[in-house]
Design a protein around this ligand. Structure first.
Ligand SMILES: NC(=O)c1ccc[n+]([C@@H]2O[C@H](COP(=O)([O-])OP(=O)(O)OC[C@H]3O[C@@H](n4cnc5c(N)ncnc54)[C@H](O)[C@@H]3O)[C@@H](O)[C@H]2O)c1
Ligand SMILES: [Mg+2]
Length: 352
């Protein structure tokens, strides 16, 4: 090993060690806040709050991007006071993460019903003026946020929605009580604990070796195609869901599959997207679209997909009345899955 290489390796090891150490410290801190109500209350004193109104995050516009502002506990108390609300409402907030310096981050919805307030929903326009921002639907804003804010706001929205929908025990009918962090709810009458849930969804890019299969639902924006997606049924493995969904939606049998990556997805109400590549036998590629699920599905060549990946919006109607073929935005795991397929195809055609 050369001297330079030795130094470089040691440096790399040093940085890995430092990164790991910060990450572990942060993880343990968040674990403590979820387990210990007093520690979490204390963290709120120095923490920062992301605000929502009826599940729409508060955003500010900056150079074609959205920014998610954070507010201190003091600012939040002042704001609630100004709108005639009890500061106890802050107890509805949920923990969504923390900075490297252990500043805890919370999310609070000012539009949903609150057990701490009589007139629960705070007036949106007045609040927007006061906060110098707008409450914008996450679906509209997600792709114009930076990756960190997109991930934090997705987590926050899913958690706030789950708490809003789990106010009562499904066994006793009594109100449930959340812990300070919002990592669980407990029914005081029977001690049943409810934990936030998300639905697993598989997203599969089917290939026949040279082409890949993309599909459209009628609800997709015009011209957009994506990989096949489907919710896991109770009792199914990921492999079984992929085989069933591909058979159900396009009438094909999967021959082999390979896990790619996963992503939390806030729609429709918090899913874990599990992305995989799959192949079908080369001779068995005739698509039979299930029109109850899809508008259309087709095989696309490597070149068509590579061109679509480079295409930039807005995707307006062309002179012949059709819309250009385009793919989901970069942030979506379907985009990353399709991109990997394109790059793998390129690699396999490169000379060794
Ligand atoms: N992040 C991405 O890149 C990406 C790409 C494509 C799809 N998706 C997401 O994947 C999800 C699933 O795709 P799909 O619509 O094709 O699924 P799907 O093919 O399973 O069809 C949806 C139907 O499944 C049923 N269903 C079963 N369990 C459900 C549950 N827990 N929640 C809601 N419906 C349930 C409903 O009848 C619903 O109409 C979509 O909601 C979409 O947001 C994400
Ligand atoms: Mg589907």
């Amino acid at each position: 090993m050369s001297l330079y290489c030795g130094i470089a390796c040691r440096r790399k090891f040093f940085w890995c060690y430092r990164l790991l150490s910060t990450y572990v410290t942060k993880t343990r801190y968040l674990f403590e806040l979820k387990e210990d109500d007093d520690a979490c209350k204390k963290a709120q004193q120095t923490g920062a709050f992301y605000l929502f109104h009826s599940l729409a995050p508060l955003l500010q516009t900056s150079a074609h991007q959205y920014l998610a502002p954070r507010h201190s506990l003091l600012e939040l108390e002042r704001l609630l006071g100004k709108f005639g609300q009890d500061a106890q409402r802050i107890e509805d907030s949920v923990l969504i993460g923390c900075s490297e310096q252990q500043e805890a981050w919370f999310a609070l919805d000012l539009g949903l019903d609150s057990s701490f307030s009589i007139s629960a929903s705070l007036h949106k326009p007045e609040m927007e003026t006061e906060l110098k921002g707008s409450f914008i639907e996450l679906r509209k804003a997600l792709f114009q946020l930076n990756a960190r804010d997109a991930s934090l706001l997705s987590t926050a929205q899913a958690l706030l929605r789950w708490h809003d929908a789990h106010q009562f025990c499904s066994r006793s009918g009594q109100p449930t009580k959340k812990n300070v962090a919002g990592s669980k709810r407990v029914c005081p009458s029977n001690n049943i604990i409810y934990y936030p849930q998300m639905a697993p969804v598989v997203i599969t890019l089917v290939s026949d070796g040279t082409r890949c299969l993309l599909a459209r639902q009628s609800s997709f924006p015009k011209g957009m195609y994506s990989a096949l997606a489907g919710f896991c049924d109770i009792g199914e493995s990921v492999e079984e869901t992929i085989r069933r969904e591909v058979a159900e939606e396009v009438g094909l049998e999967v021959e082999s599959l390979q896990y790619y990556a996963s992503q939390h997805w806030p729609f429709p109400s918090g899913s874990l997207m599990i992305a995989c590549h799959a192949t079908v036998k080369p001779g068995q590629t005739e698509i039979q679209v299930n029109l109850r699920e899809l508008e259309t599905a087709a095989w696309f060549s490597h070149d068509d997909v590579a061109t679509a990946l480079k295409r930039k919006g807005p995707y307006t109607q062309q002179q012949n009345g059709t819309f250009p073929f385009w793919l989901p935005p970069k942030l979506a795991i379907s985009h990353q899955l399709i991109k990997e397929w394109v790059e793998k195809q390129i690699c396999s055609s490169l000379p060794a």
